[in-house]
Design a protein around this ligand. Structure first.
Ligand code: ADP
Length: 206
């Protein structure tokens, strides 16, 4: 059995990841249905029973920055072991709302944890494993903030300052620049229909 592919959606809160997730899943399913493969949709932090418990803690409780980074990677280790690696091994595709780029962006860029510590954790938890494709939904901070404000009450991260989100966005863009073969940057200020056109092209090439 040929291994499946691992696709991640990334971007600051309010960029539009969740809006496109189910649509993208349906298009991917249509693309690979003939081969008998499925698409597993999951998210971080979360994706397992333990991971979802950690998500509740991470999104709502204040904690030391290093604790936060360690818990993110602990949840990720469980996610890889229980969900992502088995799915890819049986040939299914995995679509995850966030993965380790988010930890670099939020705990590294946003909160300022030194990158070498995150790189050490990434090596420990993932070895060299990275997504086959990462779709980065990129929007200016003000647009994301307006969209969040209209949509929901904020969790711990969503309550952060504009400066925090500016640093987070910059780190996402730096990660994308570092691995251009893996990233597609989507201008998420465009209409949902326009973004779907872009994503349709992405699906046809993945
Ligand atoms: P994320 O998952 O990245 O935090 P969401 O998908 O929850 O973002 O989107 C946040 C809000 O912005 C939602 O109310 C959604 O309907 C709206 N939204 C998402 N994408 C667009 C878009 N391209 N144009 C206008 N509004 C959008």
């Amino acid at each position: 059995m040929v291994r499946g592919k691992f696709i991640t959606f990334e971007g600051i809160d309010g960029a539009g990841k969740t809006t496109h997730l189910n649509w993208f899943r349906e298009r991917l399913e249509a693309r690979i249905a003939a081969s008998g493969r499925s698409v597993v949709v999951t998210r971080e932090p979360g994706g397992t029973a333990l991971g979802e418990t950690l998500r509740g803690i991470l999104l709502n409780q204040p904690m030391d920055l290093e604790t936060e980074a360690l818990l993110m990677f602990a949840a990720r280790r469980e996610h890889l072991a229980q969900v992502i690696e088995p799915a890819l091994a049986r040939g299914d595709w995995v679509l995850s709302d966030r993965f380790s780029d988010a930890t670099f962006a939020y705990q590294g860029g946003g909160r300022g944890l030194p990158r070498d510590k995150l790189e050490a954790l990434e090596r420990w938890v993932q070895g060299g494993f990275q997504p086959d494709l990462t779709v980065l939904f990129d929007v200016p901070i003000a647009t994301a903030s307006e969209r969040r404000g209209a949509a929901r009450s904020p969790d711990k991260f969503e309550s952060e300052s504009e400066a925090f989100f500016a640093r987070t966005r910059n780190e996402y863009l730096r990660r994308a620049e570092e691995s251009p073969e893996r990233f597609v940057i989507v201008d998420a200020t465009r209409s949902i229909a326009d973004i779907q056109d872009v994503l349709e092209d992405v699906i046809s090439t993945v």
